[in-house]
Write a protein of this length. Structure first.
Length: 570
């Protein structure tokens, strides 16, 4: 007996639109309650916004916060292009302000999320009966990852989820009816996904493997040509640029990565993310040497994602030990359902493999696949209960009541113990932010950080260069160009970096300031040793009540070199 049969208590009929409408209402109300419409932007949000503003202003695809803006390649350009278009429309309407842009972009991201809900329901309905499809769609509509990373911040995760879901749905439709327009739509959405997030190559590869397994050779050739071009174009542009303009030493925090990139025949800055063991610390970011190190790191990341995924299924303290069990259930459900998953049969393992070798671990990266995982886990549970029913129930019993009750209780545990509490927590946080309206967070140190940036805007010269923890955020609120300090506890390395920066920045910048904030732990680990060893080179400009301090670095006037180089724009 399938999962669909186990939960089919009513026929869809007239109940279909009622249930789907209730799911939409729940998602909409949760979004409206959660979203701090006018609030701060964080690091990646600032990057996306600045890239969009640069495009809208005709300055090219550059990060405006940099002292010498150059083409930016870490994020593909589709979301910044959408932000630029929205900025142009707002300017035409006379609403040219950072607040209006935030509201408009966040609304656009919410619309993409809403559009994905019926697409996901269609995917689930093809594989399960009515009530399981409704249950899984409800989990999507109240998924805490969607509200955490699709409401307060301007990020590419939800847009990528919507595009990948649209591509999967269109491919399913083409497989069912054979009409070429659905195949073309699937390729178009997949190509847009690649240009939204670089991990979109996983979906492109999954489409190729799926068509190859089905021996649809003509379709495979078309898909390889179109998606291959979409995947290769952006890296090709960066490769050509890096050949002419090698990656500057000052843009790297990773020890040994510059040498790795110099030896690589493919000049892509993104390689550094896969080459190092620790992508943040300059002192500990050694390049991984052998397969054993990669396997060890992959296992640790898999364990970290397992714990984060367990939190979506069960409440604390069960999530502390449920990670391996959740992965086991997902693996069993995937193996037993792989023949009817279509493109997802290839997409999910490829996506997971990339996550295990990518050094950053964050719940954000689970977002594009998280809605599919409960369906796989509960398919495995349903199969297990069916095995028990066949052994302990009479053949003519029909649907086994224990099986239905057990599945319903477990789904309720996921909704009310995993999804809903986290979503409510983010909703309440959004309400507090909206109520405060003066800062990004109710935490004093975070609010003080942004207040310090506003003080810098009002009390420093435009020719001031700020060394800070998050340069794009610094520029967004202060209007002062900024660069990141090296994440090192070695004060001599930090001092040498500041001297080189001060020398290269003349005459474009008259002074180099260092923002020591209390909001980020990395700051104290790096700036503290510098103050103890080179306090005579630091002149205090302002001390904030929160503990933040603004220092001027007193550089050697005789060490002036060439001014910052001007990079070509793309």
């Amino acid at each position: 007996m399938s999962l669909g049969n186990s939960l089919s208590l009513l026929k869809p009929g007239k109940h279909f639109w009622v249930m789907l409408s209730l799911v939409f209402v729940a998602a909409t109300l949760t979004t409206l309650a959660r979203t701090p419409w006018v609030t701060v932007v964080n690091l990646d949000s600032a990057i996306f916004t600045l890239l969009g503003q640069a495009l809208a202003g005709g300055k090219g695809y550059v990060l405006l916060s940099e002292p010498a803006p150059q083409p930016y390649f870490t994020f593909p350009p589709l979301l910044p292009l959408q932000i630029a278009l929205i900025a142009k429309i707002l300017a035409w309407m006379g609403l040219d302000s950072p607040e209006a842009l935030q509201v408009a972009v966040k609304n656009w991201i919410h619309l993409l999320f809403y559009a994905s809900i019926p697409l996901f329901y269609g995917w689930a309905r093809q594989r399960f009966n009515f009530w399981p499809a409704v249950a899984f769609t409800t989990l999507l509509a109240l998924n805490p990852l969607m509200y955490r990373y699709g409401g307060a911040d301007i990020l590419s995760d939800v847009p990528y989820w919507a595009l990948s879901m649209a591509s999967v749905a269109a491919m399913d439709r083409w497989q069912a009816c054979g009409k070429r327009r659905w195949f073309a739509a699937s390729l178009l959405m997949a190509a847009c996904g690649v240009w939204t997030r670089q991990i979109g190559v996983a979906l492109a590869a999954a489409i190729w493997l799926s068509l190859s397994a089905q021996r649809r050779w003509r379709a495979l050739i078309v898909a390889m040509l179109t998606l291959g071009a979409a995947c290769a174009l952006w890296p090709a542009i960066e490769h050509l640029y890096r050949q002419a303009y090698p990656l500057a030493e000052s843009t790297l925090n990773q020890a040994g990565v510059r040498e790795t990139l110099a030896k690589s025949p493919v000049k892509l800055e993104f390689i550094k993310h896969f080459a190092v063991q620790n992508p943040v610390s300059q002192d500990r970011a050694a390049v991984a040497q052998d397969a054993g190190q990669y396997i060890t790191l992959a296992a640790s990341r898999l364990n970290a994602y397992g714990q984060r995924m367990a939190g979506l299924f069960v409440p604390p303290p069960l999530d502390a030990w449920a990670g391996p069990l959740i992965w086991l259930l997902i693996a069993i459900g995937y193996w037993r359902s792989r023949r009817k998953l279509g493109v997802l049969a290839y997409y999910l393992p490829i996506y997971g493999l990339i996550l295990t070798v990518y050094p950053y671990t964050t719940p954000r990266f689970l977002l594009p696949v998280a809605p599919f995982l409960p369906a796989l886990a509960y398919s495995a549970i349903s199969d297990g209960l069916e095995l028990l029913r066949s052994r302990f129930s009479k053949p003519d019993d029909g649907q086994w009541r224990f099986q239905r009750i057990a599945l319903a209780c477990l789904l309720a545990l996921t909704l009310f113990g995993g999804h809903l509490p986290q979503t409510i927590r983010w909703v309440r946080a959004g309400m507090k932010i909206n109520a405060a309206h003066a800062g990004p967070s109710v935490r004093t140190e975070n609010r003080a950080y942004y207040e310090a940036l506003r003080w810098i805007a009002a009390n420093t010269s435009p020719q001031t260069l700020i060394v800070s923890r998050k340069p794009p955020v610094t520029y967004y609120y202060s209007g002062r160009h900024s660069t990141a300090f090296p994440f090192t506890a070695r004060p001599e390395r930090f001092a040498r970096y500041l001297d080189d920066l001060a020398a290269r920045s003349k005459p474009a910048f008259s002074a180099v300031y260092l923002l020591e904030d209390a909001a980020f732990g990395e700051t104290a680990k790096s700036v503290g040793p510098l103050r103890r060893s080179y306090g005579h080179r630091l002149q205090l400009r302002h001390a904030f009540a929160s503990g933040d301090r603004l220092w001027e670095w007193l550089s050697d006037a005789n060490s002036a070199q060439n001014a910052l180089p001007v990079r070509p724009r793309v």
